[in-house]
Design a protein around this ligand. Structure first.
Ligand SMILES: *Cc1c(COP(=O)(O)O)cnc(C)c1O
Length: 387
């Protein structure tokens, strides 16, 4: 469908919750996307960190098709071999005790919030501290957890029991009460503007949670699954989370959310306390297995190398003040008087898909992006940013 027709029909039939770019992607391969006119784009968005191994990755397609030929959906009333395979792989790779499967990041975080409250319920602890500028999803509980006013307008009253801290020891400590059950963070606030949390703060938080018995929840919906060059980003700092959530890239392009429970939280959710009809869909899990099994030490080292190369080249662009984020979560803080949206539109025009996050241009390329494609992307970004 050409973009003009698409824009007209979209406007007519689809609720206007999204600001869309002027593009209707039709097909692709790896980090290349084509529209219906055959125009080529380099993809540095991955459908917001979703198409982890690029578009139409062969191994992922094979796994998905193989499962579709057997059975497309198994209700959670029965045992599911693809779920078991994926859960076992995740537990063995991370040291988690058990996992719950949902369909999205918001659902993974809902599950984490419920589990933290159930864990604290016997002691009357239900408060969860999240950080200002965080993003945890769009459901009522997860927008409440999200520490950004702009998401709260219109939708109150909110869930009780959330407190928002600055990412400093003082501010977190001030939010703690005898009702606190958990502290929930992202290591990089991606939607919040690709802001890295300070390493010393993360380490302090880890020690604080160990000391006080408050649960540490790390939201790895965007940073997880190899994107920062680590299987999950908390590993870079040696954090010991009790709950880790992920989604986006883990399904390789199909909807899947995961809430991983570590030792202290194992067994907290019991029969009947949580569930999801589609959660851990067989096709999504089969595809995810083909993704997670390739996130090996060697592969992650390659991602770190690629990220270092990409970042070094971006930091050479004259009007790039700062390159933020970690690994292949990249934020560009530019000093050229242009808004991130203006720059993203100009990139699109020149055949490069990028995203924005508050005051930054945001890049989330597939982890399999090639060196030549990184070079091409940097060349377009330089033209757009410096001119
Ligand atoms: C995208 C995102 C979510 C929400 O995920 P959905 O799949 O859109 O529900 C939650 N947390 C973080 C950090 C995210 O980036």
């Amino acid at each position: 469908m050409d973009v003009k027709t698409a824009a007209e029909l979209d406007e007519k039939y689809i609720a206007k919750t999204y600001g869309r770019f002027d593009l209707a992607p039709e097909r692709g391969s790896g980090a290349e996307i084509f529209d219906s006119d055959g125009k080529r784009y380099i993809d540095c968005g991955s459908g917001i960190a979703v198409n982890l191994f690029g578009i139409c990755d062969e191994k992922w397609k094979e796994a998905v098709k193989g499962q579709i030929d057997k059975i497309q959906h198994i209700s959670n009333l029965y045992y599911s071999e693809p779920q078991i395979r994926l859960a076992r792989m995740l537990c063995e790779k991370t040291g988690a005790s058990e996992v719950f499967f949902g369909n999205s990041g918001a659902e993974a975080n809902e599950c984490a919030i419920k589990a933290a409250r159930k864990y604290g319920s016997a002691a009357g602890r239900y408060e969860i501290i999240t950080l200002k500028n965080s993003f945890h999803g769009r459901t009522m509980a997860t927008i409440t957890a999200t520490g950004q006013e702009e998401f709260h307008e219109y939708f109150g009253p909110f869930l009780e029991g959330f407190r928002y801290a600055d990412p400093t020891p003082d501010s977190v400590a001030k939010c703690v009460t005898d009702k606190t059950c958990a502290i929930m963070i992202e290591t990089v606030q991606c939607e919040g503007g690709v802001i890295d949390l300070d390493e010393d703060f993360l380490k302090w938080l880890d020690a604080f949670c160990q000391e006080t018995g408050i649960l540490l929840i790390v939201d790895e919906v965007q940073t997880g699954n190899g994107r920062t060059g680590y299987l999950y980003s908390y590993a870079e700092f040696g954090l010991r989370p009790d709950i880790v959530t992920t989604a986006k890239g883990i399904g390789g392009g199909l909807p899947l959310g995961v809430c991983m429970f570590f030792e202290r939280c194992a067994g907290v959710l019991t029969a009947g306390t949580h569930g999801s009809t589609f959660g851990g869909n067989a096709v999504a899990c089969a595809g995810a297995c083909s993704i997670v099994e390739r996130l090996t030490g060697d592969f992650l080292a390659e991602v770190r190398g690629k990220a270092a190369y990409f970042r070094a080249n971006l930091s050479r662009i004259k009007k790039v003040k700062r390159v933020t984020g970690r690994g292949l979560v990249i934020g560009l803080d530019c000093d050229n008087g242009k808004s991130p949206k203006e720059m993203a539109d100009a990139c699109l025009e020149k055949g490069l898909l990028v995203l924005t996050a508050h005051d930054k241009v945001r890049l989330l390329p597939p982890l399999t992006i090639k060196k030549e494609e990184i070079d091409e992307a940097c060349k377009i970004l330089e033209e757009v940013i410096d001119i």
